[in-house]
Design a protein around this ligand. Structure first.
Ligand SMILES: [Zn+2]
Ligand SMILES: [Zn+2]
Length: 135
């Protein structure tokens, strides 16, 4: 769910939408919903024979749902914004997180913790650890 707008689950017949879609235009949300719905229709029609998720069955269903020429890959306005600050570091002591556009070039410790517990000097214990980007 990192950058995808939505996902269709089969055979659950359920659709998952990225909560970030709320920040987008309503048309965007509807388009995504129809895109995912087209997946379910294609699966419903072809079942196990259906191999290519964005194959002709899916494209046909898209046209029927009113989004002909739909692109297989969702591009959303928030995608670029989210990519900007994707380096997240966390202090394992106080759990403060910092966000950086560029990765940290050197080892950095949590400023607050060093000041509070170590007289302002660097301590390994308060080193900021890189966190995986949020999904
Ligand atoms: Zn799709
Ligand atoms: Zn800290």
């Amino acid at each position: 769910m990192q950058t995808t707008a939505g996902r269709a689950w089969w055979p659950d017949r359920s659709i998952e939408l990225n909560p970030k879609l709320r920040e987008c235009a309503p048309e965007e949300l509807w388009r995504t919903l129809k895109h995912e719905l087209a997946h379910l229709i294609a699966y419903e029609r072809c079942g196990r024979r259906h191999t290519d998720p964005h194959g002709p069955e899916w494209a046909t269903a898209c046209t029927e749902l009113g989004i002909p020429g739909e692109h297989p890959f969702h591009t959303l306005p928030f995608k670029r914004r989210r990519m900007k600050r994707n380096h997240v570091y966390i202090c394992s002591n106080c759990l403060t997180t910092i966000h950086r556009v560029q990765p940290l070039q050197r080892t950095v410790a949590c400023y607050d913790c060093c000041r509070k517990f170590n007289g302002g000097a660097y301590h390994e214990r308060f080193r900021l650890v890189k966190k995986k980007p949020e999904a």
